[in-house]
Design a protein around this ligand. Structure first.
Ligand code: MN
Length: 315
């Protein structure tokens, strides 16, 4: 080590550098630096607990999540009424999710969740219908959402719900749904919106089995007590499951039912009874945290103007 260092540092004995009539010129007054830029990415945790009576088959909810290239996730809730027609409601929701995942990198889709839904729906051949939500995070931090029906999505920032999407339904308990039948809804009926997110924001999305059984305040406290997105998703699903089988819990679902005019018969009301209880259902939860990371600029080395320290944003 020492020898090689010495030989490298020793002046060459017999070599005299040729004297150039012109000293080498700097190409410009710019020097090369490695540039970087900030990109938003999602760290995603998921958890699915099937309906107690559908545990053996895995239930009728389906989802996928992919953290590559920013982050995307989707949830589909197979409409259970199809079982009455001897159709397995899980087939449609699972195929819709598989197809959504397959078309992720499609050129026409180009990060647009509504176009992704259009393509996935067109490619789905199973009989059935499903509510569905697809969310795609752009590198800029904009979350693009397309939703048909009553899957939910909320954004929590600094301990408060700062964004929430509204469910679409024909009437109580009959949500808009993507369907194999012409009578159903299509991507054109989707609620389409986008929200600008910041580093640290938490996204909580789920099937109606989550939001029918858990209140915003419980979501916020559960998230704050969890140490990561996986733990948060599991804790939320387990709390929603606990409420869903609790006949004494006054759930968001039973509160909504009463507000829509559904209640116990008048003679039960006389005895002080009221319509309460959780809603047994498949429960799918996605928890995603927004992070901003520094990535090398696609241009690689770029030139910085000397003397201008603020010329390049190196994060
Ligand atoms: Mn459901």
């Amino acid at each position: 080590m020492a020898a090689s260092t010495a030989s490298r540092l020793s002046p060459p004995r017999f070599h005299v550098p040729p004297r150039s009539p012109h000293p080498p010129l700097r190409r410009s007054r710019f020097s090369l630096v490695r540039a970087a830029k900030l990109e938003a990415v999602l760290s995603i945790g998921t958890h699915l607990i099937p309906h107690p009576r559908k545990a053996a088959s895995g239930g009728e909810d389906a989802f996928f999540a992919n953290s590559d290239a920013g982050g995307v996730f989707a949830i589909a809730d197979g409409v259970s009424g199809w079982a009455e027609k001897d159709v397995n409601p899980a087939l449609f929701s699972r195929e819709l999710m598989r197809n959504s995942s397959n078309f992720l990198n499609d050129e026409e889709v180009n990060g647009d969740p509504q176009i992704l839904l259009m393509k996935a729906h067109a490619a789905t051949s199973s009989i059935g219908s499903a509510t569905v939500i697809i969310a795609v995070l752009e590198k800029s931090g904009t979350l693009k959402i397309a939703s048909v029906g009553d899957c939910g999505l909320k954004v929590i920032r600094k301990g408060q719900v700062m964004f929430s999407i509204s469910p679409q339904e024909h009437y109580f308990d009959c949500p808009y749904q993507i369907s194999s039948e012409a009578a159903g809804q299509t991507y054109q009926d989707a609620l389409v919106c986008s929200v600008n997110l910041m580093d640290g924001d938490m996204i909580v999305s789920g099937s109606d089995g989550l939001f029918d059984n858990i209140f915003d305040q419980e979501i916020i406290s559960t998230i704050s007590e969890s140490s990561g997105v996986d733990e948060a998703a599991k804790a939320l699903a387990e709390l929603a499951r606990k409420h869903s089988v609790d006949v004494t819990f006054d759930s968001p679902y039973s509160m909504e039912a009463r507000s829509k005019g559904f209640d116990v018969p008048w003679w039960k009301k006389l005895l002080g009874a009221k319509l309460i209880g959780g809603k047994m259902d498949d429960i799918t939860v996605v928890v995603a945290q927004v992070k901003t990371v520094a990535v090398p600029d696609e241009g690689g080395d770029i030139e910085e103007q000397k003397g201008n320290e603020q010329g390049i944003a190196v994060a």
